[in-house]
Design a protein around this ligand. Structure first.
Ligand SMILES: NC(=O)c1ccc[n+]([C@@H]2O[C@H](COP(=O)([O-])OP(=O)(O)OC[C@H]3O[C@@H](n4cnc5c(N)ncnc54)[C@H](O)[C@@H]3O)[C@@H](O)[C@H]2O)c1
Length: 318
């Protein structure tokens, strides 16, 4: 049975990943510090879905606390999936140091732990934001990603570089998965679909930044999780790996179309309030997913409206 460490296991993607790994028969050790970026109760509810599984162990642990990390996580893992991070582009502009601490410094503590404990493989959650504001799409992994436009993006690119350094120096294997806007049940409350759904059910106007023509390559969380598990399996079967791989959907959706789709799926009356574009936001994201298809056999299958229905069903039940 493979033993996997999932950092950020109480978060949106980490909770889905942990739950799916447990169903598939993996042994999972999960850690999370319940970072106050959003409410602890939300993360505890995520964790409640699987925390009593006999193959799951949880540690409430801050990855920035190196001494405790070394006390609690000294065993060898077959793979580490490193999802814990301060997420969110806009708040990173207000507090870059928090992002440097929780994303870059915490990652350094984790890769040093790998070096010293014999855990050799990591899937790292990077982000489409590393591509900056590139106008020519779709984005493939060969593009120059040295021009981030937010502190969040800068931390994600820095961690990709950190991972390459440890791959070179210590023969550790990494797949940096560049995730493209993930959505679905348990989505973070700061993200657009969650925010817009909340406002629609409160009969409040939806703030639309810009003219609605900006577009995102939305990926349903079950598709993201299947890609992460394929990356774990790829690392299990191959040595000497260092790859950056897009995990998106290759189908950008305009903001205005997204807003109308959520209103349709929720059956709520729509009012839009147009606001200026936000600093740090990019115009479009679109993943070229051919590398993920070729190397991992990744194939996202969930259409936008089906994913939105799953989100709204979860939102109404919680
Ligand atoms: N959701 C997306 O659309 C998206 C897109 C691209 C990349 N990502 C990346 O995927 C990962 C997961 O994103 P998410 O949307 O599930 O976010 P999330 O905020 O729901 O989950 C991250 C979890 O990490 C925990 N955490 C933060 N700092 C920590 C620390 N120092 N020690 C221990 N735990 C800590 C948080 O408490 C949280 O539960 C993040 O690295 C994010 O940057 C997400």
């Amino acid at each position: 049975m493979s033993k996997v460490l999932v950092t950020g296991c109480a978060g949106f993607i980490g909770s889905h990943l942990s739950q799916t790994l447990l169903i598939k028969g993996y042994q999972v050790v999960g850690i999370d510090n319940f970072d106050p970026f959003y409410k602890r109760e939300v993360k505890e509810a995520n964790l409640n879905e699987f925390k009593n599984h006999p193959s799951f162990t949880f540690h409430e642990l801050d990855l920035c606390d190196e001494t405790t990390v070394r006390e609690k996580l000294s065993t060898k893992f077959d793979c580490i999936v490193h999802l814990a991070a301060k997420a969110g582009v806009r708040p990173s502009i207000d507090n870059p140091q928090h992002y440097i601490d929780n994303n870059i410094s915490a990652s350094r503590i984790l890769v040093d732990l790998m070096r010293d404990t014999g855990s050799k493989k990591m899937v790292y959650a990077s982000s489409s934001s590393v591509y900056g504001n590139m106008s020519s799409t779709p984005w493939n992994e060969a593009k120059d990603v040295s021009m981030p436009i937010s502190p969040y993006a800068f931390t994600k690119k820095s961690c990709e570089l950190l991972n390459h350094t440890y791959h070179h120096l210590y023969k550790l294997d990494f797949i940096n998965l560049r995730l493209f806007t993930v959505f679905g049940p348990r989505q973070r409350p700061d993200l657009a679909i969650n925010k817009f759904t909340r406002l629609l059910y409160k009969q409040k106007p939806i703030p639309m930044f810009g003219d609605g023509s900006t577009a995102r390559d939305y990926t349903f969380v079950h598709d993201t999780v299947s890609g992460i598990i394929k990356a774990i399996e790829y690392l299990k079967n191959n040595d000497g790996v260092f790859e950056n791989i897009n995990l998106g959907n290759n189908t950008p959706v305009k903001l205005i179309d997204l807003i109308h789709a959520i209103a349709e799926v929720s059956g709520q009356k729509l009012e839009i309030e147009q606001l200026p574009m936000q600093p740090g936001d990019v115009n479009i994201t679109c993943a070229d997913i051919s590398k993920a298809q070729r190397l991992l056999g990744y194939a996202p299958t969930t259409p936008l409206k089906e994913g939105l229905r799953a989100f709204v069903d979860w939102y109404l039940k919680k």
